[in-house]
Write a new protein. Structure first.
Ligand code: GDP
Ligand code: MG
Length: 201
């Protein structure tokens, strides 16, 4: 069985997270879950890095393009493109503009079911409908309808890997192996150890 306790995921605090002074608030939510921070840096991404990040999943353009076309139609607007790949390119352009406008913070986190737990803390992609109690539900208000009308990317504060495979590829893209730290967090004993013999004096 896969070692779920060592699962890794990538989180990016996007430009709106930085510009809205939510860095501490966002990191706090992931940190208090019990997951372990194993890499962190602040940088201004360029176009090439942003495109590579989204195109790690070869289906991304097609899938996101189709979802976006459906979203336009659901708010009774005509999508600028009816071809999913062309629509995917259009969204990617908006994401490049968004990602390259400010520093971002990139982090790798590790622990039990890290990908799923981080997605749960992050909330659904569209802030308007993401659950209260999640980062996207609590701290922002954007919608696909308004983002599409204004021809910009939806401002949803963070990126979080969608699967362990996606996480592995994303971590490789954003970090050198030497930037990923291997260390023990004392919390891990109460989170994971079968024997709890050493606590009582
Ligand atoms: P995430 O993993 O929750 O960030 O969502 P995805 O990987 O599905 O999409 C990546 C990014 O593409 C999102 O953060 C949005 O900026 C954009 N996106 C995805 N789906 C849609 C959509 O239906 N409409 C619009 N306008 N943008 C979308
Ligand atoms: Mg995604």
């Amino acid at each position: 069985m896969k070692n779920f306790k060592k699962e890794k995921t990538l989180i990016i605090i996007k430009p709106d997270g930085i510009q809205r002074s939510l860095i501490g608030e966002i990191i706090k939510r992931y940190e208090r879950s019990g997951l372990k921070l194993i890499a962190l840096k602040m940088l201004v991404p360029d176009k090439n890095l942003t495109q590579k990040h989204y195109l790690i999943d070869p289906q991304w353009k097609q899938k996101t393009g189709q979802n976006t076309i459906n979203a336009y139609r659901s708010h009774n607007e005509t999508p600028p493109f009816s071809d999913p790949t062309k629509m995917g390119n259009f969204i990617l352009d908006k994401l490049v503009k968004y990602f390259t406008c400010s520093p971002v913070i990139v982090m790798a986190w590790q622990g039990m079911h890290a990908v799923e737990i981080v997605r749960k803390i992050t909330g659904g992609t569209e802030p308007k409908s993401s659950d209260m109690g999640t980062i996207r539900g609590d701290f922002t208000i954007d919608s696909y309808a308004i983002a599409d009308t204004d021809k910009r990317a939806v401002r949803n504060l963070v990126h979080a890997s969608g699967s362990p495979e996606e996480a592995e590829a994303e971590i490789k893209l954003w970090f050198k192996p030497s930037e990923i730290l291997n260390y023990r967090l004392l919390n891990e004993e109460i989170l994971y150890d079968v024997n709890l013999d050493g606590i009582l004096e």
